[in-house]
Design a protein around this ligand. Structure first.
Ligand code: UDX
Length: 425
């Protein structure tokens, strides 16, 4: 099939590349000409393991191309996939201005019947609104049907999740539109759930909000573990052995960041409040997550007796999670600000992202450090040369914001290890 993808962020770019890889002809559109030119030359604009080779191969095989020209991309398209941003609005609601702009462009451009597939994360009811908007503004006498196809890609694993995700969700109001989606994805070995549009939109929000609740739940349990001397990692292991709970997303730490959980939890909480059915559990998870960073900062402040002035603190990790170059809502930024406000001298190292305080290596970052703070659990930090690090720091003190480092081994080498939910009594 011929597919036009509007938006070349990590969802649009990864999905467009996936669809080309499974045999479709894909044209990706973006307003940013520099971005389009870079992508057309086979150079990804985001860091996603496995993306570059797929991009280059499919461009070379003429199955994937990039343009800023909507009319060219929409011509003879069977499907137009919307993957534009839906950022957080001023009151936490989803800002749908990019979706509405794309809908208007479609309405005034398409000359043949087409199915519009909304992959962007949008509040339930948006697909209906977009279909109405397009039909009201159509210039040519064609049929446009809108279907919902939410994405479940994790940054840093987006290519893996695109090809081997847990499910594909299709929300449609007309059988033939739904069947076209089945055909689009037929080469993928993933179960497909067919439902109506509003349910498909809700599945995305309900799933993301639940994952955020799960994270905030274990972070609260971690605070209790610190108070009573239990080990939250063992508690999570024991909980996760129950198939009804599952071990994933029970890693206590400094809380969730990124472009999805903070935005999606705020959006669904906002919508629910508007509907007079507030999601108090989600609201509580949002609040817990906000406090989690401050709790970690307080741990450091307490340890130094509120005397952080001129202390050299080495921050390991900037990205909101490993294997990504994304700083959106990254805990690192808040932690760096807080430490510098308290007078600490901060050095930073991240394998991918640079920062004004970036060192060129882990060793340079930790040299003469009075404390190391692990903020992002990059594999590079876990497998780093800890014997050399031990000889390089001024003080063998580590605050592990992701409980990612081998506490007992470090303690045997004389380190004071402070994690989250790991305090001994
Ligand atoms: C998330 C959802 O997982 C994905 O399905 C959806 O499509 C987009 O949002 P993403 O935000 O890319 O994906 O990353 P994810 O791996 O889910 O982690 C989100 C945040 O939660 C990160 O800040 C991570 O550090 C944190 N996290 C994750 C925890 O604090 N504990 C955990 O156990 C897991």
């Amino acid at each position: 099939m011929k597919v036009a993808v509007v938006g070349t962020g990590y969802v649009g770019l990864v999905t467009g590349t996936l669809l080309a890889e499974i045999g479709h002809h894909v044209t990706c559109i973006d307003l940013d000409e520099a971005k389009i030119n870079q992508l057309q030359s086979g150079v990804p604009t985001i860091y996603e393991p496995g993306l570059e080779e797929l991009l280059v191969t499919n461009i070379e095989q003429n199955k994937l191309n990039f343009t800023t020209n909507h009319a060219e991309a929409f011509q003879n398209a069977d499907i137009i996939l919307l993957a534009v941003g839906t950022p957080k609005g001023t009151n936490g609601e989803a800002d749908l201005s990019y979706i509405q702009a794309a809908a208007k462009t479609i309405a005034t451009t398409v000359k043949e019947d087409v199915v519009v597939m909304i992959k962007s994360t949008v509040p339930p009811g948006t697909n209906d609104q977009v279909e109405r908007l397009i039909r009201q503004q159509l210039v040519h006498n064609v049929t446009v049907d809108v279907v919902s196809n939410p994405e479940f890609l994790r940054e840093g694993h987006a290519v893996e999740d695109a090809f081997h995700g847990d499910r594909i969700v299709i929300g449609s109001e007309k059988t033939d539109a739904g069947e076209l989606m089945t055909k689009l994805y037929e080469k993928l070995d993933m179960p497909i759930l067919h439902t109506n549009r509003r349910s498909a939109e809700m599945i995305k929000y309900a799933a993301n909000a639940f994952l955020a609740v799960k994270i905030s739940y274990i972070n609260e349990i971690a605070s209790l573990c610190d108070a009573i001397g239990a080990d939250v990692s063992d508690v999570a292991d024991g909980m996760g052995m129950d198939h009804r709970i599952g071990r994933a997303f029970l890693n206590a730490g400094i809380g969730y960041g990124g472009s999805c959980f903070p935005k999606d939890t705020d959006a669904i909480a906002h919508l629910a409040k508007e509907q007079n059915t507030p999601l108090t559990i989600v609201e509580s998870a949002i609040d817990t997550n906000r406090k989690q960073r401050q709790k970690f900062i307080n741990k450091m402040d307490r340890y130094f007796g509120s005397q952080l002035t001129n202390k050299k603190i080495a921050i390991l990790g900037l990205a909101f999670k490993p294997n990504t170059d994304d700083l959106r809502e990254a805990p690192s930024l808040e932690i760096i600000d807080a430490l510098e406000t308290k007078g600490a001298i901060v050095s930073v190292y991240d394998p991918i992202i640079t920062h004004p305080k970036s060192a060129t290596s882990i060793i340079e970052c930790v040299t003469e450090a009075d404390a190391i703070v692990l903020v992002t659990e990059w594999q590079d930090f876990i497998t780093a040369d800890w014997p050399t690090i031990t000889k390089t720091v001024a003080e063998k003190l580590i605050f592990d914001g992701r409980n990612a480092l081998p506490a007992s081994r470090l303690q045997q080498e004389g380190w004071t290890y402070i994690g989250i939910g790991k305090e001994r009594k």
